[in-house]
Design a protein around this ligand. Structure first.
Ligand code: ADP
Ligand code: MG
Length: 205
């Protein structure tokens, strides 16, 4: 599509308003191609255990703050109410700041993307003597039970979804969680909603 549009533009076949439309379409497609290539590169790096990831001491709640900051705009645009009561503590763990932020962003992005306008998304946190827990729960379309076993496979997308996407978000999220020994569970009821639960062991990090 991008190539045929550009060929038409280069051959001078399109002009006026159509030209602008073609240019915007090419820009949109090149952005999503770039995103796809970056996601594929990122996933292959994460899945290669010889590729080191930089872990430093960081506050996990700050990575969640950053992810929420990015996502809040998407939620507002879609009139989805995002509920989060931030604990006043600091959750120090060893990790890769950017990637942990990316992990939460991907989960929040799905919660917003697969939920209808006017619905609610809850971000909950808890703390035990062994883990820090974070859950992201939506009232969206949910995932059919028979598909749930495939959900972390790369390029997997529900047969029912009409949204755009590459199907790499959950695979990247799982790889980041694995590289940090973070537990990741999805509970979903088709037609009712999805709950993603991260459990971060205090000792393993
Ligand atoms: N919160 C959610 N609610 C409903 N379906 C979801 C949710 N998160 C993920 N999915 C399903 O899992 C698929 C894979 O998700 P993901 O890997 O993030 O890829 P993408 O969002 O690019 O399609 C999605 O296409 C969608 O069908
Ligand atoms: Mg996604």
């Amino acid at each position: 599509m991008i190539r045929s549009s550009l060929e038409a533009v280069c051959d001078g076949i399109v002009s006026g308003d159509k030209l602008k439309e073609y240019q915007e379409q090419c820009l949109k497609e090149s952005i999503s191609l770039q995103r796809l290539v970056n996601d594929m590169l990122e996933l292959s790096r994460l899945q290669n255990n010889d590729f080191p990831i930089d872990k430093v001491e960081l506050d996990l709640l700050m990575t969640l703050d950053d992810a929420l900051r990015t996502i809040r705009i998407l939620a507002e645009n879609k009139k989805i109410c995002l509920h989060y009561r931030r604990p006043k503590s600091e959750w120090y763990v060893q990790g890769d700041y950017g990637r942990l932020c990316q992990m939460f962003t991907a989960a929040l992005d799905n919660a917003i993307k697969y939920s209808p306008s006017g619905s609610h998304v809850w971000v909950k946190t808890w703390e035990t003597s062994e883990v820090y827990g974070i859950s992201i729960k939506d009232e969206g379309c949910g995932i059919p039970e028979e598909e749930q076993q495939h959900i972390f496979k790369k390029f997997f997308r529900s047969g029912k979804t009409k949204e755009n996407g590459s199907g790499l978000g959950l695979a990247i999220m799982k790889s980041i969680a694995d590289r940090h020994c973070i537990g990741l569970e999805i509970q979903s009821v088709y037609g009712q909603g999805t709950d993603i639960v991260f459990t971060v062991p205090l000792k393993n990090l």
